[in-house]
Design a protein around this ligand. Structure first.
Ligand SMILES: N[C@@H](CCC(=O)N[C@@H](CS)C(=O)NCC(=O)O)C(=O)O
Length: 347
């Protein structure tokens, strides 16, 4: 798999200025070894963005690189990309052996094949972890980032909080599914590549930044948070931050508070003494097998949805969910369920 370009991979770092008046870092070959210019990876970078992945990977693998960005000037770094790569000015833009490359996951997978030993950041192809590694390597940009950034963009416009996903006739995956999917996997495996740290983990640092921006209750993803702290403690991560983000610039997308008038109306528990769809929380209803059976009869998909199985919807009411899923929770279907619930003794 490895096409060794003939460099030694033990490393030392030297700070140097590189182009655009930027901060540059060169991870060189072993002391005294001359690294051919063609084997240096040039990373056009923006602080706190996806290009940090390439810096981190180069640090892990001991790949020589230089990083070019305008420290303290995110907009300036983005504008500089337009000059370097007018066709596709995205971070990362990498220049390696005369090729201009974009797409962080693809760049990392490519570099893994070009430097001796760098393929140790993927499980062996005959390992049971290889499939997991591949899936998570590509899930980051193929699914996680599109869902998270779409929802984050929406919330930045409308305000409010991330809504639980509710299965409907056509299941649409959303950010909460992404978070729960990641959390479930990482609660059963130490890393996104399975048993060992791999390049797949590198893909998720920025994903965690987006999740953090969504302001979901952190109790929903404790294992992800623990994994993140673990990988951030790696010396190569620390060196990469020093090289590409010494001021700890974090992507922040402000979400305005939801207008009070937009809050879902919660009916008073007028009918005390029996369950109602407007006043009894979903958690209480599901804890009573008879009430759960009544819900399952009316809304067979609902209790299978990730927001219910994860407990996310427990503190809400069915009536409160109506605004997010009006087709499922119509006035008529909720009224019919209320009739059934009214006959049940409260447990
Ligand atoms: N899927 C690409 C996404 C690249 C990307 O969109 N990068 C962002 C920075 S995190 C960017 O350059 N945005 C500027 C723009 O889209 O105009 C990758 O993983 O490299």
């Amino acid at each position: 798999m490895t096409n060794d370009p003939g460099i030694k991979l033990s490393r030392r770092n030297a700070l140097s200025a590189a182009g655009l008046g930027a901060v540059g870092t060169l991870a060189a070959g072993s002391a005294g070894a001359a690294v051919r210019q063609t084997n240096k990876v040039t990373i056009h970078h923006v602080e706190g963005r996806r290009s940090q992945r390439i810096i981190w990977f180069c640090e892990e693998a001991g790949i020589p690189y230089e990083v070019i960005y305008k420290r303290g000037d995110v907009l300036g770094s983005l504008n500089a990309l337009k000059v370097v790569n007018p066709d596709m000015p995205t971070a990362p833009t990498v220049v390696f052996r005369g090729e201009m490359l974009v797409e962080s996951g693809g760049i990392i997978e490519y570099l893994m094949t070009q430097f001796r030993g760098a393929d140790r950041f993927a499980p062996r192809t005959n390992s049971p972890d290889f499939a997991k590694f591949k899936m998570w390597m590509h899930y980051a940009e193929g699914s996680a980032m599109p869902h998270l950034s779409t929802d984050l963009g929406k919330l930045a416009r409308t305000g409010g909080t991330l809504k639980p996903n509710i299965l409907g006739p056509v299941k649409l995956v959303g950010s909460m599914d992404v978070i729960l999917f990641m959390e479930k996997f990482i609660s059963a495996h130490p890393y996104f590549g399975g048993a060992s740290f791999s390049a797949a983990d590198i893909m998720y640092d920025l994903v965690m930044t987006l999740i953090d921006n969504l302001q979901v209750d952190k109790a929903v993803y404790p294992n992800l948070l623990a994994w993140h702290e673990r990988v951030k403690a790696r010396p190569a991560y620390q060196r990469a931050m020093q090289a590409g983000n010494p001021d700890n610039v974090v992507l922040k997308v402000p979400i305005p508070k939801e207008a009070a008038s937009a809050a879902p109306p919660v009916a008073p528990a007028a009918a005390a003494g029996h369950y109602t769809t407007a006043a009894t929380t979903i958690g209480v209803l599901l804890a009573d097998p008879a009430a759960k059976a009544a819900i399952d009869r009316r809304f067979p998909e609902f209790t299978k949805s990730s927001s219910v199985t994860s407990g996310m919807a427990n503190s809400m009411t069915l009536k409160g969910l109506q605004q997010f899923k009006p087709d499922m929770f119509t006035d008529a279907s909720l009224a019919a369920l209320d009739e059934e619930l009214a006959k049940l003794p409260v447990k």
